[in-house]
Each structure stands twice: as structure tokens, then as C-alpha cells.
Design a protein around this ligand. Structure first.
Ligand code: ATP
Ligand code: MG
Length: 427
């Protein structure tokens, strides 16, 4: 037997038993963004390596060790996108979407990072994100947070996620804080791990992000970013806090929240959960007012977030379990004998015309009634529609409920659509 080939480590297949859940999640997201007037942008999965180096930052986990970078046949350095914001800004600059304009955009698709695969952390994963350009006030920060909060609401998981916010201030304020932090870290250098010691000189704010508990305990006494904020950022942040409270959104200010990418300024936020173990951040974002200009465009303020779809699906599975299962069909059509099969085919087509929301699956491959009903059950259908010679003569079909304790009924062809609609509750 030939040796089988396996998928790349950390890159998952989405099998039929899960694709229903994924579709439901994606459709719900599309509905929610439409409700807020956001428009979709789709960008290529591969970009110039420089795009990510210049935007995400050279001294970040992503650029230092997680990118899938390769040489194109003509020698250009290309990278599979590790996130969506850089591509979005690149596309907006390239097509003139930003200058003197406001844009509310969203995207959804695969991202690639060479990380150690574990639950909630993969090498190909999927993000849904929103990006808003041309607005600099706290009102739009609140809107994107409300949009994310609405997702938790429609997925019925609001109690299981908590919002953390912080402000990184202006670039100058961050520089001042950087100096204060380096002074503090230098004093405690002996208690830092190797990674943090290296970052202390290259990118000290990233030390705040350390997952090492010993480093975190040192950081408990570190100076707070919030104390170094410039006046405007302070005002922006206090208005954000006030508006979140007015909107009924509970939050916690986490002065050590810095996010793993360089382009953020002012507002940063994360939605975290206790229900996923170590990979607890489901959604993360913030302001990145300097990035459009940094990538060659005219300055435009921007704010956005990215949500990890694998973590969302995992969370929904954990919280909702079997409620998350989906059936392939609502109605399973069984036909006994060749004449019935021919009639059933046409009947199924006209029912699909009349009931476009109904998932109607046709039995193929013949067999006796017992075998066909077994398949009907396996399909997850609520009702089996049965056609035999007697039914054909009378132009009727038998509807047999498969899930509920209801008796079967014989229904004339003309009334079938209406009866099925009530049985499976679709119109
Ligand atoms: P983490 O701290 O978990 O590594 P991050 O700061 O690298 O997250 P972002 O770049 O902000 O993550 O990405 C936004 C969201 O995308 C994360 O909150 C998470 O839900 C999801 N995500 C990031 N990396 C992965 C991955 N390797 N596998 C699955 N989901 C991921
Ligand atoms: Mg990461």
C-alpha cells in the first residue's frame, strides 16, 4: 500500500462534522458586521515580506520567529500573512481608500504563524477582523468594542469573556515610559529570563507581555504606562472608559496590556476567557494611528481588532456542546421502486423551489425501507418523506417524524410543502 501523506503540523482540516459549526459562526459574523454598516475587504494570502517587517515590527514574536517566509521563483521574498491589518493598510493605500475618507472594513480568512501547535494555537488559523480608518475619537473605539461585544451576545457567551483595556499613549509618551521601564528592569535584571533581558534593550515594552510567572511577579512593581500618558491620550482614554460604562460594557483596566505588535498606540484591548486554558485571548485590538503613514500613505487614524475563529469555535463547543451539532438534512426522501424514485426526484426539486430554506436530501442507491430509514436517521433529518407505489397512485406522500413522538401522516402532493414547513419550522 502506498504511504499516506499527512497534513502539515499545526494546519487543520475542517471536516464535515465541524464545517456546519464554522459556517454558522461565519454567517453570524457576516450578519453582525452588516448590522453596523461595515464592508468586506479581501486581500491576497501572500504579501512582500517587507510589509510585515515594516508594520508589525522587527523585534516581535511574529517577525522574529513565526513568519512563513520563502523566496519566489524570481527571488522576491514573500510571506504568508501572519495577520490582516498590514495587508488591509497596504490595499487601502494602494487603492486610495483612506485619504480624506472614512472606511469601516472587515475581513475573514486564514493566517499563518510558525508557532508550537497546541489547543487554540495553530500554524494555519483563521481570523475575523474589523479595521476602521479616518476616525480618531473614542466614539469609534467604543463602536468596535461594542461590535465585538455583540458577537458574544449573539453567541450567548457574554458571561464567559471579559474585556481588558489600556492606553499606550502617543509615541512620545511611550518613549518616556520606555526609559522609566528600562531603568526599572535594569534594577531587577537578575530576576528576568533570557528572553526578557534581550528585549529589555531591543523592545522593552514587550517584556510586559512575558508569559513567565517569575517575570510577571517582578513586573508587579513596575511603573505604569498610564502614569506616563500625554494629556490628549489621557483624555481619550478617560472618555473611552466613560462611554464604555455608559454603554453597559464592563471592563478592567490592565496597565500591563501592550499587545504583541508594534503599530499600536492609545487604546488597546483584549477579550479574555477562563474557559480555554492557556490560550485565553479570543479577540484583541486597538488603535494604530501611525501605520497608514508609516506604510507610505497620507496620515489616517485607525482602529481595529482581530478575533481568533478557532478559539471562538472551541469556546462555543466547550460552552454549548451538543447544541452546536448540526444536521445535514431537514427532510430525507425515501423512494421504493423505480417509478417512485423518478417521481421522488421531481417532487424533491419542486419542494426545493417552494421551500428554499429547507435542507432536503434524496436517498440514492436503492435498498429496502429499513435501510433507507436508517440512512434517514443518520442524516439527522427531522422528517422522512416516503414514496411507494401506493403513494404514487394516490399522489400522496407519507411524512414520518424521526425525532419527535409524533405519528406519521399521509399528505397530498399539493399540501406537502406547507405541512413540511410546519413540521420543520421553516418558511
Ligand atoms: P497570543 O498572545 O495568544 O499569541 P497574539 O497577541 O499573538 O495572541 P494577535 O496577533 O493579536 O494574537 O491575534 C488576534 C487573535 O488571533 C488572538 O487573540 C487569538 O484569538 C488569535 N490567534 C493568534 N495567534 C493564533 C494561533 N497561532 N492560533 C490560533 N489563534 C491565534
Ligand atoms: Mg502570538
Amino acid at each position: 500500500m502506498a504511504k499516506t501523506i499527512q497534513a502539515i503540523r499545526g494546519m487543520n482540516d475542517c471536516l464535515p462534522q465541524m464545517s456546519g459549526a464554522w459556517n454558522r459562526v461565519e454567517e453570524t459574523i457576516r450578519q453582525v458586521v452588516a448590522n453596523y454598516g461595515y464592508q468586506e475587504i479581501r486581500t491576497p494570502i501572500v504579501e512582500s515580506t517587507d510589509l510585515f517587517k515594516r508594520s508589525i515590527g522587527e523585534v516581535t514574536d511574529i517577525v522574529e520567529k513565526e513568519m512563513y517566509t520563502f523566496e519566489d521563483r524570481n527571488g522576491d521574498s514573500l510571506t504568508l500573512r501572519p495577520e490582516g491589518t498590514a495587508s488591509c493598510v497596504r490595499a487601502g493605500n494602494e487603492h486610495g481608500l483612506f485619504y480624506n475618507q472614512q472606511q469601516r472594513l472587515w475581513y475573514m480568512g486564514p493566517m499563518f504563524r510558525h508557532e508550537r501547535p497546541q489547543k487554540g494555537r495553530y500554524r494555519q488559523f483563521h481570523q475575523f477582523g474589523v479595521e476602521v480608518y479616518g476616525l480618531d475619537g473614542p466614539d469609534i473605539d467604543v463602536e468596535v468594542i461594542l461590535l465585538s461585544a455583540r458577537l458574544w451576545k449573539v453567541f450567548g457567551m457574554s458571561e464567559h469573556v471579559k474585556l481588558q483595556i489600556n492606553s499606550l499613549g502617543s509615541n512620545e509618551a511611550r518613549q518616556a515610559y520606555r526609559d522609566a521601564l528600562v531603568a526599572f528592569l535594569t534594577k531587577h535584571e537578575d530576576k528576568l529570563d533570557e528572553d526578557s533581558r534581550r528585549r529589555m534593550t531591543t523592545n522593552p515594552l514587550r517584556v510586559l507581555d512575558s508569559k513567565n510567572p517569575q517575570v510577571q511577579s517582578v513586573l508587579a512593581d513596575a511603573p505604569s504606562l498610564l502614569d506616563c500618558l500625554d494629556v490628549d491620550s489621557k483624555e481619550h482614554f478617560s472618555q473611552l472608559c466613560e462611554r464604555l460604562s455608559q454603554a453597559g460594557i464592563q471592563y478592567e483596566v490592565n496597565p500591563r496590556l501592550v499587545r504583541g505588535l508594534d503599530y499600536y498606540n492609545r487604546t488597546v484591548f483584549e477579550w479574555v476567557t477562563d474557559s480555554l486554558g492557556a490560550q485565553g485571548t479570543v479577540c484583541a485590538g486597538g488603535r494604530y494611528d501611525g501605520l497608514v503613514e508609516q506604510l507610505g500613505g497620507k496620515p489616517s487614524p485607525a482602529v481595529g481588532f482581530a478575533l481568533g475563529l478557532e478559539r471562538l469555535v472551541l469556546l462555543l463547543e466547550t460552552l454549548q456542546g451538543s447544541a452546536f451539532e448540526h444536521a445535514a438534512a431537514d427532510v430525507y426522501v425515501c423512494a421504493l421502486g423505480q417509478e417512485a424514485e423518478a417521481t421522488a426526484l421531481n417532487l424533491a426539486e419542486s419542494l426545493r423551489d417552494e421551500l428554499p430554506q429547507c435542507k432536503l436530501m434524496m436517498h440514492c442507491g436503492g435498498g429496502n425501507m429499513k435501510k433507507q430509514l436508517k440512512r434517514a436517521d443518520k442524516s439527522g433529518a427531522k422528517v422522512a418523506l416516503i414514496l411507494g407505489s401506493e403513494e404514487i397512485t394516490n399522489r400522496t406522500a407519507t411524512l414520518k417524524p424521526l425525532r419527535l413522538e409524533q405519528s406519521q401522516q399521509t399528505v397530498e402532493f399539493d399540501n406537502l410543502a406547507a405541512t413540511i414547513a410546519t413540521l420543520i419550522e421553516v418558511k
